[in-house]
Design a protein around this ligand. Structure first.
Ligand SMILES: C[S@@+](CC[C@H](N)C(=O)[O-])C[C@H]1O[C@@H](n2cnc3c(N)ncnc32)[C@H](O)[C@@H]1O
Length: 345
């Protein structure tokens, strides 16, 4: 229920909330983020410190509710992204809830790697854009799938997740999909605040973005051997390391999005094993992983024998975070000459 509150009242609350943030070692930028998401205030007003000059501020809920939300951030360590209900990721405005992992800035690079791969293949005439299928396996909020569909207007993109609640958020994000005209730089290691005025982006025509609930590639059965690229940011944290994660992550983000089994590679092994059945020859396999896992994944791909062009990729902080490979193009064996039957005259 929206509430009208005087600027002076909001300013008083904001001052006290800032002091509490500093005491709890929570970045003050997160308070701005929450307030911007819950009110009609703009960033400049906060920066200039002129909130009190506003006769009224419209809040999405009474100030007491906003205070309770802020206490959830400080006391329960709920990520501000869940309290604000949205994040800016690449050029997209995405809704998030505790049903989905908060999309991370480094995952944006995976979309750049996918775009670079496609650009190269397109230039080499190696793509058939009348039959181009990309899949985002473990789509969560739909971030990767929506970014791919936005980047590749001729492709069909399949967004797959085992969790129906995550898939519901991904669908919502695709329906209300909007572009941020000028994303704001990230203020924390997590993700930046909402963009000032999202622009509605064109709808995905027809059924270009498909959502499927199921395990990894299984919903793609009808496309076996035809998928252009499989992209995934799967759960990859070794189970024993989960307890060492920040409380914001381990207590609030879905465990099913984090736990990668004893060495963190359970899902990745599965994707290596399953993908060649679905990818077309020369198709792209691209996965995000935890820093330090890249060499082991490259070895698993080599050992499988069905992949070539295996490459590790690093993030902007110089950490190995992605591995790509292509399914081998098996040369068709020449058809043996047809034996000519002895002809007797
Ligand atoms: C690390 S999150 C990635 C979410 C999103 N793609 C992103 O990058 O922000 C992993 C996702 O994989 C999904 N997942 C886990 N096991 C799965 C499975 N067997 N099949 C499909 N999705 C699965 C989880 O529900 C979760 O949404």
């Amino acid at each position: 229920m929206a509430a009208q509150v005087s600027g002076a009242e909001v300013e008083r609350w904001y001052g006290a909330a800032r002091t509490a943030a500093i005491a709890a070692a929570v970045p003050v930028a997160e308070l701005d983020w929450l307030l911007l998401a819950w009110s009609d205030l703009d960033r400049l007003t906060l920066r200039l410190g002129t909130v009190a000059d506003r006769p009224t501020v419209t809040l999405q809920a009474p100030l007491e509710t906003l205070e309770r939300q802020w206490q959830r951030r400080l006391g329960d360590r709920v990520p501000v992204q869940y309290l604000a209900g949205r994040v800016t990721w690449r050029q997209l405005e995405l809704q998030v809830s505790p049903a989905v992992l908060i999309p991370r800035p480094e995952t944006e690079l995976m979309v750049d790697l996918a775009i670079a791969w496609r650009t190269e293949k397109w230039a080499a005439g190696a793509l058939d854009d009348s039959d181009e299928h990309w899949a985002d396996l473990g789509t969560g909020s739909g971030a990767i799938a929506i970014a791919l569909a936005d980047a590749f207007p001729a492709a069909t993109v399949w967004a797959i997740d085992r969790d129906p609640k995550a898939l519901a958020i991904a669908r919502m994000n695709a329906q209300g999909y909007s572009h941020c005209p000028a994303p704001i730089p990230t203020p924390t290691p997590l993700q930046g605040p909402r963009c000032p005025s999202p622009l509605p982006a064109p709808d995905f025509p027809g059924d270009r973005l498909q959502f499927r609930c199921g395990s990894w590639c299984e919903p793609l059965a009808s496309l076996a051997g035809r998928v252009t690229a499989l992209v995934s940011n799967p759960p990859y944290i070794p189970t024993a390391e989960l307890a060492t994660l920040a409380p914001e992550v381990i207590h609030h983000e879905p465990t099913a999005a984090l736990d990668g089994g004893p060495d963190g590679l359970d899902c990745i092994r599965h994707l290596i094993q399953q993908a060649p059945t679905y990818l077309r020859p020369g198709g792209l396999w691209l996965v995000e992983h935890m820093a330090g896992q890249g060499a082991a994944i490259a070895e698993l791909l080599k050992g499988d024998g069905r992949y070539g062009s295996i490459e590790q990729h690093w993030d902007l902080a110089g950490r190995d975070r992605f591995v790509s490979a292509e399914t081998l193009v098996i040369e068709a064996s020449p058809i043996p000459p047809h034996p000519i039957p002895n002809q007797s005259i």
